[in-house]
Design a protein around this ligand. Structure first.
Ligand SMILES: *[C@@H]1O[C@H](CO)[C@@H](O)[C@H](O)[C@H]1NC(C)=O
Ligand SMILES: *[C@@H]1O[C@H](CO)[C@@H](O)[C@H](O)[C@H]1NC(C)=O
Ligand SMILES: *[C@@H]1O[C@H](CO)[C@@H](O)[C@H](O)[C@H]1NC(C)=O
Ligand SMILES: *[C@@H]1O[C@H](CO)[C@@H](O)[C@H](O)[C@H]1NC(C)=O
Length: 275
């Protein structure tokens, strides 16, 4: 990711007026937030709730019907930042009605961190990189175009435009490596698993909400709600059939994952995992 242009943008902010359909309060506050200039506590205490941002139609166009949304409801009690969080909540409502998804992703993460930006500074080691990866993964996206085109702060636009999606996979590779474990627990058989392989033809992907897929005495199952393509699953199944099923009976891919999601993937005689 290239972020060297940020200082230049900093200089230009005083000379060019942000193009936006809504209030300059929103624009200047958003810029302060993403520059970490709005980090001191605002004071006030109280409860702030945020509904799941399902009003963003940009998002519902992306989301498959049963996708677990990236944006969850927030229900927070802030002891030091109530006033700030209330403002952010209003900004999120603005971002939502103006379809500014790129803004919403940052504001939501800022709100979720009780109005502190320390861990989500716009640089390439920030948690915001991980959050952006998670977001892309949740919606099966392989680039940040939609985020860049729906961000109104030039800092965010720059961040999204320079975002290298490959870092999502790179992060993933630095964590524990996947490995296969053959076992005799809940044994299935090659013939059933080949039938299961055939039955996968009817699908192109698995979305959150489904945790297993069975055909006869063979099931594939995974340890968390997640998203992956059928091609990915077939590849895992294929190696299981080759290396484990005939000699041992069942097979588990440990610490495997699609994109950033980490989970175990099991081939056995039941829908609820290998052990
Ligand atoms: C990048 O951001 C992280 C947290 O978001 C922070 O800890 C780190 O110091 C920042 N690095 C630079 C070079 O600013
Ligand atoms: C990204 O996704 C689009 C549509 O989903 C696809 O056509 C394209 O080949 C993908 N690109 C890469 C590099 O995976
Ligand atoms: C699955 O295998 C276990 C033994 O590993 C066996 O006890 C169980 O009955 C089998 N279940 C089915 C549905 O075949
Ligand atoms: C699984 O299905 C794919 C696609 O139909 C096929 O190429 C592959 O040979 C099958 N694998 C097994 C073990 O049957």
């Amino acid at each position: 990711m290239k972020l060297s242009s940020i200082p230049l943008l900093l200089a230009s902010i005083f000379t060019c007026k942000a193009v936006s359909a809504y209030s300059s309060d929103y624009d200047s506050l958003l810029n302060d937030i993403v520059k970490s200039d709005y980090d001191s506590p605002s004071g006030g205490e109280g409860q702030v709730t945020l509904s799941s941002l399902s009003g963003l139609s940009t998002l519902s166009n992306l989301a498959k019907r049963d996708v677990e949304p990236y944006f969850k409801e927030l229900d927070m009690f802030s002891f030091d930042n109530f006033e700030k969080l209330t403002k952010i909540k209003n900004m999120l409502a603005d971002a939502q009605s103006n379809e500014m998804l790129g803004d919403a992703l940052y504001l939501y993460n800022f709100m979720d961190r009780n109005g502190h930006s320390k861990s989500i500074t716009l640089n390439d080691s920030s948690e915001f990189v991980t959050e952006t990866c998670k977001f892309l993964s949740s919606y099966g996206l392989n680039n940040t175009e939609i985020l860049a085109s729906t961000a109104s702060s030039s800092f965010l636009v720059d961040f999204y435009k320079n975002f290298e999606v490959s870092v999502c996979n790179a992060n993933h590779k630095t964590t524990k490596r996947e490995y296969v474990e053959c076992s005799a627990n809940h044994a299935t058989n090659t013939e059933s698993c080949k039938n299961l392989n055939e039955s996968l033809k009817s699908r192109s992907e698995f979305l959150p909400g489904i945790r297993s897929w069975c055909s006869g005495a063979c099931c594939i199952s995974w340890s968390r709600d997640t998203y992956f393509t059928t091609a990915w699953a077939r590849d895992k199944l294929q190696s299981c059939i080759t290396f484990c099923i005939a000699p041992s009976g069942s097979c588990e891919w440990k610490d495997t994952g699609y994109f950033l999601q980490k989970f175990n993937f099991c081939v056995s005689n039941r829908s609820s995992g290998c052990r």
